[in-house]
Write a protein of this length. Structure first.
Length: 176
């Protein structure tokens, strides 16, 4: 599986990591301590089976022209994740610029194999992940810890691709 992701500028990255740490310190299985060296807050725009090198170059050009991209985070979202478990995320408001960027990414990926259905235009819910898979009591605990979660404005300033087979991330455009 390959993904196309936007990564957070330093201030937004710190804000998300602060929430991760708040949850972890409160006993919730957050994303604070994942061991992968490239793990960081990110917004996934697309997931598919493979991406041809020329498509990666085109995606790099597209994303370089769209960044930096200011966004607003608003509200907590909960997604199902196997059985009763849920994942908690911070919603990213789908601004016209973000929606158009997402559409253009998928235009370039139109022939990519095995597109991730939850990332396709019309189904995608932009978000930044906060927790791993939680049972209902832990989800309730996470909501208690975060209380009335504030909106936040921030910036995505870079893009990358992640290959789940090799576990490697590559900046988009390459060399950036």
């Amino acid at each position: 599986m390959r993904t196309i992701e936007l990564t957070c500028a330093p201030a937004l990255d710190r804000a998300v990591r602060t929430v991760w740490r708040q949850l972890a310190d409160g006993g919730v299985d957050s994303l604070a301590d994942l061991p992968h060296p490239a793990h960081r807050p990110h917004l996934t725009l697309a997931a598919c089976g493979a991406i041809e090198p020329e498509r990666l170059a085109e995606l790099g050009e597209l994303l370089a022209g769209a960044l930096p991209l200011e966004v607003r985070l608003s509200g907590l979202l909960s997604f199902s994740a196997r059985s009763r478990r849920r994942v908690l995320a911070w919603g990213v408001v789908p601004s016209p610029a973000l929606v158009e960027l997402h559409r253009e990414v998928w235009r370039l990926l139109a022939s990519a194999p095995d597109p991730g259905p939850l990332y396709l235009p019309g189904r995608w819910m932009p978000h930044l992940g906060l927790t791993r898979r939680l049972e209902p009591p832990a989800l309730a605990q996470a909501h208690e810890l975060l209380g009335r979660h504030p909106d936040l404005t921030g910036t995505f300033d870079a893009a990358r691709t992640f290959d789940s087979e090799t576990q490697l991330t590559v900046p988009l455009p390459p060399g950036s």
